[in-house]
Every structure is written in C-alpha cells, then in structure tokens.
Design a protein around this ligand. Sequence first.
Ligand SMILES: C[S@@+](CC[C@H](N)C(=O)[O-])C[C@H]1O[C@@H](n2cnc3c(N)ncnc32)[C@H](O)[C@@H]1O
Length: 292
Amino acid sequence: MPDDSILNLNYDSPQEIKELLDIMGLGPRKRWGQNFLINSGARKRIVDLLEMKEGDTVWEVGPGLGSITKIILDRGAKLKVFEIDPGYIDYLTKAFESYPKFSIVPGDVIKTWKGHRRKPPKRFVGNLPYNISSAIVSSFIENDFIPEKMVFTVQREMGQRMTAKPNNKNYSSFSVLCQFACDVKEVGVLKPGSFYPVPGVSSAIISMVPHQRYRELEDKETFFKVTRQLFSSRRKTLKNNINLSPYLKEFNKDDVFKAFEIVGIDVTRRAETVSVDEYVELAKEISKLKDK
Ligand SMILES: C[S@@+](CC[C@H](N)C(=O)[O-])C[C@H]1O[C@@H](n2cnc3c(N)ncnc32)[C@H](O)[C@@H]1O
C-alpha cells in the first residue's frame, strides 16, 4: 500500500487514474461495471447535491478507489460503503483506516444491504455499476427503505427511463416505480470522456427526493405488483394485461374491472398512458378487494 502522498484521489485524467491503478495492482473490471469518474468537478457536484450536514449518515454504493468517498468523509459524514470487488475492499480498508466514521460492507450490495437496514441513512449516493443500477434502485424502493435524498449517476438512457412521463417511449413500470416513490430529476449530464474506461454512452446525474404519495400509501405491495404486471406486454391493452396478470387473477374478474371503472381508467388504454397518480388510486381500489 503506497503512502498518502502517492494516493492522489483528486485525479482528473485517464493518465492519472491509470497510474494509480497500476501502483495498486488493480484494474477496471467490466463485469463489475467499473467506469471511474475522472472529472473532479462532477465528483464535487455530486456530493454538493447531497446537501448533507456534518454528522449525517450516508451510504455509498460502489466506492471503487474512493474518490467520492473521500469528499464525503472530509465533510464530516458517517459513511458506510458497499463494494463487491475484493481488490478494492482491501485497498479501501487500508486507505481509509484513519477515518473513524468510515465502514465497509463487502459483497453484492443487492444481497448485503438488508443486513444493515435498522434505520435508513440520511443520504444515498453512487456512481452505479450500469448492469445492476435499476436492480439497486428498485431494491431500496420496493423494500420501503429510502432516505431523505439520493443522488445517483446512471447511464443516460436509464435516467430517461427514471424520469419519463406517460405516453413517452421510455415510460415503463420502472418509471412508475421511481416516480411513485420520489420526485426524480435529471440534474446533470456527463459525457463519456468523464469516465475511465470511456463508456459508449453519456451518463446522467439523477436526484431523488421522497414523494408524499409514497409515504401515504399503506399497501405498497399491491402497487408494485399491479404496475409491474400491467406493463408486462407494452403493446397490449390494459384489458389484455389484466387477463394475463397472475396477481389480478387471484381476484374476482368483475371486481377487478369494476376497480378500473371506479378510478376512471378505461381498460382499452395501454399501460404507458396511465399516470402515476392513476396507478396509486387503482392500487387503493385493488387493495380493498383483498378483504372481500
Ligand atoms: C461505476 S464504478 C464507480 C466507482 C467510483 N465510485 C467512481 O465514481 O469512480 C462502480 C463500482 O461499483 C462496484 N460494484 C459493482 N457491482 C457491485 C455490487 N453488486 N455490489 C457492490 N458494489 C458493486 C464496482 O466494483 C465499482 O467500484
């Protein structure tokens, strides 16, 4: 392990990070989506967007070499990071051993985070590994575990899915899930050259703040199941997807169609035309059928 003078985590170019990785004997691994953010301005911006206060608890997914990690710790937060790559885990453990408010959870975050769910942190942050970014965001929302603010870097296309409105080609059950839970905004775009290795596409910085309707809806489970299954075949009408839905099949069919009628959703529409608020009202009506 090199001493601190060699460890310049404020890298800004492919050459600088390549040198660091060579010194550490670490490599960027494709299988774990390791595209490092080599734009120091963007790293600072991401941490600024978290709007955290000294002493706040923060979780970071995929710290990599710890360049975002260090900014957060230097601002006095209590930080827990989730990292899968054993090489980086060893390196991070030593690199941040002088920070008493730093801890590391080794392994796949999708499996490990639930062991630490006693209380949500104040903030989540992460330049997410692109291959599992939607799974990570879904996992927190579906388990009713969201903090006061989240700031994630994702592939731009995925950001467009997170923020898409009804009747847009990117509007999906994932859009509905994200926007049901949070006010979701694209707050920045990063060109491929901001990363090493250079990815094929641009990325988006996404900010997510919990939405009132998420706090208020008691039976979230029904909402998650219904929205996912109504989108299962995009080109089909709601009526077709209702008939195919394993969850809705458990209820009396007439009651299900009546629920759509009560909330004023015509079943000849397609799932991509239905707004998040309409889905919330629908989920409330379907929930009532559980007691019938
Ligand atoms: C896009 S890199 C970001 C690295 C660094 N934070 C940065 O911004 O330069 C993604 C990071 O997530 C880690 N990672 C990938 N899959 C993971 C998983 N399932 N659980 C935890 N960490 C994971 C990678 O090893 C890598 O450190």
